[in-house]
Design a protein around this ligand. Structure first.
Ligand code: ZN
Length: 502
């Protein structure tokens, strides 16, 4: 290789290769692979690309890029191996460096943990614009591709789906063009509490991506969790964990809805839900995202786990009798608080009298369970909404929004649920299935990618004619925002629109 693209901060190796391809105008993937690796290899994963030593040895003589730089700064390695033992991490590192890489995919716990990777590569619309201004191109960021990451950490806006799908078993290399970065999917719209939780989580993900943490053995990590559960008063003096209570608090902290978004909901009644199994010493791989969920629930930043030097784990605590005087005083106070707030739920009482609650919860648990109000299930708020009425109102607004979108000045915006929703500034409830007529209408008017392309091309031609610009297929392509790539499909569309035979 005589040249190599810039390694942008946090870009995926996949992205670097895509830009290399564009730079050199290589069309066939086979030729591209040969160019990069010097031989034919099969690439099946864009997150854990193998044969990295092959690329490095092929780089120009003066290049300062090493395998280490690529693996640690431009692949998912630091995130997906962070919670693995030093030996396992090393094994995966070596596999990515030299081997053909089929075997290690399972070892990182992606397959076993039931958290699927994203269907499409994601991007932040603001980063995209800024990149275009700064570099004249954009790129795929690692952080945005981790499942469960829904926001851009820098701009705190929702990430959008591109139309590039990373799960083709044979990797196709596509750059982050304007054409690929249209929001085609439905967004996971998130309420303010979810956003706050999610941003906290993303900061932890980012920490793992940026820091090659000193790896720990799994048993150490589990003992660390048990220690923190003990700090929270969630273990009995025998050393056993109050499993029911632990799970209940976990669900209360996150809500089922949020856990579902992260593909990590639990059914407390099930003996083998992931959370129960998670704190057992069983040697199985766990998805890093779930480690982070548990840490966030425990109120611990991930770096503190890796900085910790000593753990205790399960142990029997010698019973220290509570001074009777303290206990009676606390009980009296707690009873008074319950009386003063007859309608309050457990968690509301906890908020009102945090100190007393913590004390009793830790030292006088059985009594606490007897006197406190029973844990309540949250009322379904959605039952209070008159959906039929809302549906009718929505339909009117949506029709208007579609009309406005179609008539607005400037580059056409694709008509789909998410653009309509954004135009109206609506929240999660907009996706509710009870808005039957509204959704039926959207289904009818939404644009597939083909019609959207045609509309963009027509718009570009008109604009260019008005401005008396010279018209070529290539120029139309650029003007409509399809990038400089020579896509036959797009070219044919343009020719059709120009009324030419081909
Ligand atoms: Zn951004």
């Amino acid at each position: 290789m005589n040249c190599f693209p810039l390694l942008y901060k946090d870009s995926l190796l996949y992205d670097i290769i895509s830009r290399y391809r564009r730079m050199n105008g290589i069309i066939s993937t086979k030729a591209l692979v040969k160019d990069l690796y010097g031989k034919e290899v099969t690439l099946t994963s864009i997150y854990f690309p193998p044969h990295i030593s092959g690329i490095v040895s092929n780089l120009p003589y003066t290049s300062k890029i090493t395998e280490d730089i690529i693996i640690k700064n431009h692949t998912m390695y630091p995130f997906y191996t962070a919670f693995l033992s030093p030996d396992k991490s090393k094994e995966i590192y070596d596999a990515m460096s030299v081997s053909n890489g089929h075997s290690f995919f399972n070892k990182v716990g992606i397959c076993s943990s039931q958290i699927r990777m994203n269907k499409y590569l994601k991007f932040c619309p603001i980063c995209f614009k800024e990149d275009m201004k700064k570099y004249g191109e954009s790129y795929w960021r690692r952080l945005h591709q981790i499942p469960g990451v829904f926001y851009c950490l820098e701009h705190e806006c929702e990430l959008l789906d591109s139309d590039v799908t990373p799960i083709n078993c044979r990797v196709q290399y596509s750059c982050a063009y304007e054409e690929t970065c249209v929001d085609i999917g439905e967004n996971k719209i998130i309420n303010p509490r979810f956003k706050e939780l999610n941003l906290q989580l993303i900061r932890q993900v980012n920490y793992l991506l940026r820091n090659d943490v000193e790896r720990k053995e799994l048993d150490f990590i589990i003992d660390f969790y048990i220690d923190r559960l003990r700090d929270r008063g969630l273990t009995a003096s025998s050393g056993a964990i109050y499993m029911k209570e632990f799970q209940r608090e976990f669900v209360n902290f996150y809500s089922h809805e949020y856990l579902q978004l992260l593909q990590s909901d639990i059914d407390i009644e099930k003996e083998y839900n992931w959370l129960r199994v998670f704190i057992r010493h069983n040697g199985k791989n766990r998805n890093p995202l779930r480690h982070l969920l548990l840490l966030q629930f425990l109120g611990v930043e991930v770096k503190h786990l890796f900085q910790c030097k000593q753990v205790i784990g399960k142990r029997k605590v010698n019973h220290i009798p509570i001074p009777k005087l303290d206990r009676d005083e606390m009980r009296e106070k707690w009873i008074q608080i319950i009386k003063d707030n007859p309608d309050a739920t457990r968690s509301e009482l906890k908020k009102i009298a945090k100190g007393i609650h913590t004390w009793i919860y830790k030292h006088d648990r059985e009594w606490y369970e007897q006197v406190s109000p029973a844990p309540k299930k949250k009322k379904e708020k959605s039952n209070l909404i008159n959906w039929e009425k809302r549906d009718a109102e929505c339909l009117v607004l949506v029709k208007k929004a579609v009309e406005q979108l179609l008539n607005q000045e400037g580059k056409p915006v694709r008509i789909c649920k998410s653009t309509i929703r954004r135009k109206l500034g609506f929240n999660t409830w907009f996706n509710n299935k009870k808005l039957v007529k509204t959704h039926e209408y959207i289904e009818k008017v939404k644009e597939d990618i083909e019609s959207y392309r045609i509309r963009k091309i027509k718009w570009a031609i008109n604009e260019m004619l008005e401005k008396e610009m010279t018209i070529t297929t290539y120029k139309i392509q650029l003007y409509a925002g399809f990038g400089g790539i020579n896509k036959d499909e797009v070219k044919n569309f343009i020719l059709e629109q120009l009324g030419l035979q081909y």
